[in-house]
Design a protein around this ligand. Structure first.
Ligand code: MG
Length: 256
């Protein structure tokens, strides 16, 4: 069921999303060669708790038998890791790496979800292009995030933009509605047909999140039951914001 948020609920969504943004900012400022993804995790959790929120990813159930709940406050996915990387003292960032940080702040009954891919020092030009296209794909997609449009209009435009630039979108994972639950309907794939899917209405809050691979679209899951890597070993990027459908332009809740 797709939930339509009331005015009061939207106020709470804005606040959860503001805290998620602040946590990303704190992580971004800390990123440098030599820091571990475990330290970044602690920084994000501290920032969320300081602002009255809890990290919703921590303890999130995997749904797979024998796989423990997610242990981190953030997902920290380095280089060929696409999503759901587990923060670790053993993963030390070095010059030329990229790291995708996906985090969800839960405050006063509502969730704010955003992801960024950051660069560590200087990275090569092609990897930078991957990051740029991933972020641009989000902004291309939300041009269609308007009352009366169909969900497929967003999905299609994201997939088309990524492929036009020679990269691949991940097919097995997708964006989602968000609110009282971290994952609500609808599912929002990063590909699809324009003119299909639900009709967008004011009060819908959606997490739109292009996940883009430099090479082909195959992915694998590591034995930890969480980390998703690219099958061909090429780099992957992720960019996500929680948005609100309004009477006019969409509001990006996880940006200031
Ligand atoms: Mg997310």
């Amino acid at each position: 069921m797709v939930t339509i948020k009331s005015k009061q609920e939207i106020v709470k969504m804005r606040e959860a999303c503001r805290v998620a943004y602040l946590a990303q900012k704190a992580v971004e400022e800390a990123i440098k060669p030599g820091i571990s993804t475990w330290e970044l995790d602690k920084i994000a959790e501290r920032e969320m708790r300081k602002n009255g929120a809890i990290p919703a990813e921590k303890g999130y159930p995997s749904g797979e038998k024998g796989i423990p709940p997610f242990p981190g406050a953030i997902c920290a996915s380095v280089n060929d890791e696409v999503i759901h990387g587990i923060p670790s003292k053993k993963v030390i960032l070095k010059e030329g790496d990229i790291i995708s940080v996906d985090l969800v702040a839960y405050k006063d009954g509502f969730h704010g979800d955003c992801a960024r891919t950051y660069t560590v020092g200087k990275i090569d030009k092609e990897t930078q292009r991957l990051l740029d296209v991933t972020k641009e794909a989000f902004f291309v997609g939300i041009q269609y995030a308007k009352k009366g449009n169909r969900l497929g209009d967003i999905c299609h435009s994201i997939g088309e933009y990524v492929e036009k630039n020679g990269f691949s979108v991940v097919k097995e994972f997708q964006g989602h509605g968000i609110g009282r639950q971290m994952h609500e309907d609808p599912g929002i794939p990063n590909y699809g047909k324009a003119g299909r899917g639900i009709t967008l209405e004011p009060g819908m809050t959606l997490a739109i999140e292009p996940m883009v691979i430099y090479g082909s679209d195959g992915i694998l899951q590591l034995d930890d039951g969480w980390t998703i890597i690219t099958e061909d070993g090429s780099m992957a990027a992720h960019y996500e914001n929680t948005i609100l459908i309004t009477e006019n332009e969409p509001e990006i809740l996880t940006l200031p």
